[in-house]
Ligand binder design. Structure first.
Ligand SMILES: CC(C)(COP(=O)(O)OP(=O)(O)OC[C@H]1O[C@@H](n2cnc3c(N)ncnc32)[C@H](O)[C@@H]1OP(=O)(O)O)[C@@H](O)C(=O)NCCC(=O)NCCS
Length: 174
């Protein structure tokens, strides 16, 4: 994975009180910050769609998991950074979008779209013609707005043996 920072595929809309986030390839040293963003995002933005035990299991992924995902796990990860702080991240493994998370204070400002666009651009450059995602229930309108289609219900396993309901969606890349 390239360690050089590259410009965002589509700049997020400017948020209140701060510079536009920079998108860059994640480094193993970002794992703790990624885990923190994911935890806050699940608790703050996804909790209404799932029972508390599922939210607790989903939000429990440790930094070590993200460090593994970026190395042996084969995930290409992108982070959004503002004023030196990670405020969002997205990931892809092969043709699957495995994560898009934004910190709650940055929601609905175009950041998720910018992260997803960057993942799609990188996938297209790597030769992918389509991507799929097992979308968390609350994120289905987000993926639909980005051009993903599909309604098949699936279950995504979580650490500790739990699983959450999701929707399988797919997009053809241009
Ligand atoms: C899903 C998520 C990444 C979206 O990030 P975001 O930065 O808020 O999304 P954007 O601002 O780019 O939204 C783009 C469009 O998606 C749609 N959208 C995004 N969030 C939505 C919501 N909660 N309800 C309905 N539509 C939504 C809208 O059409 C939106 O455009 P608009 O704001 O002009 O109406 C964010 O809500 C999140 O982190 N959720 C919790 C984690 C999660 O479930 N991730 C997906 C795992 S598969």
């Amino acid at each position: 994975m390239s360690r050089r920072a590259r410009p965002p595929a589509r700049a997020p809309r400017a948020g209140a009180g701060g510079p536009t986030p920079l998108l860059r390839a994640a480094r193993v040293g970002d794992a703790a910050a990624i885990a923190a963003v994911m935890r806050a995002s699940i608790r703050g933005l996804a909790a209404s769609a799932y029972p508390p035990d599922a939210i607790a299991a989903w939000a429990s992924l440790p930094a070590l998991y993200h460090a593994w995902a970026m190395t042996a796990g084969g995930e290409a990860c992108v982070v959004a950074e503002r004023s030196g702080r990670v405020v969002g991240y997205a990931a892809r493994r092969g043709r699957e979008v495995t994560a898009v998370f934004v910190t709650p204070g940055r929601a609905r400002q175009g950041l998720g779209t910018a992260l997803l666009s960057r993942v799609e651009r990188d996938a297209a450059r790597a030769g992918a013609r389509s991507l799929f995602v097992r979308a968390a229930l609350g994120a289905v309108p987000f993926y639909a707005a980005a051009g993903y289609r599909g309604a098949r219900r699936v279950r995504v396993p979580l650490p500790g043996g739990a699983a959450i309901a999701a929707v399988s969606m797919r997009k053809t890349l241009r």
